[in-house]
Ligand binder design. Sequence first.
Ligand code: 5GP
Length: 203
Amino acid sequence: MTNVFVISAPSGSGKSTLVHELMKRVPNLRFSVSYTTRAPRGSEQNGKDYYFIDRQDFEARVGKDEFLEWAEVFGNYYGTHRGELERAAAEGQDLVLDIDVQGARQLKKKIPAAVSIFILAPSRRELEQRLRSRSQDAEAVIERRLREAAAEIRNYSDYDYVLVNASVNASVERLAAIVEATRSRRERMEREIRPILESFENA
Ligand code: 5GP
């Protein structure tokens, strides 16, 4: 069965780095590439970080029910295409989604077995420093993201796991542990267990 991992965090919590490192470290994970109407930042590539589309295209896709979940975040649309889960299932991979709290809520309703993880910066001060050092955003955007973060972190209680991101290595380690523990859950192991049991029965 395809395990679905939903990771949310206020912007600047170090989530992208953690997700990136997790994908490198744990085999058989597929990163869900979202659709968005926001403009590409820095070195972001279409089809790798996001599919960058315009509002009209996005709304047309919402009309055709193409998204597993979608939401408006910071004035832009973001959505997870149904094809992401289908492809992960077809390839026998688990899916990792980096989506906001609204999306996580929708996804949990549709896929109750999804495992959700909320990442927190160790403090507001730390978050502010990270947002500023990234310095790709204007001052007004940083202020807004800090305000949004204050509201967003109240949603931590909707999640299965909470991770305080004080060090990248320790956090990646924990994320990997969550993935491995989930993969080992008995109900998720049935397909692997069956031939083992059969080999004993047929002996
Ligand atoms: P950013 O613009 O910084 O890449 O992302 C802004 C926020 O949108 C982040 O919290 C990110 O997790 C969220 N996000 C990215 N893709 C999706 C998506 O497909 N659906 C939802 N609901 N949120 C998303």
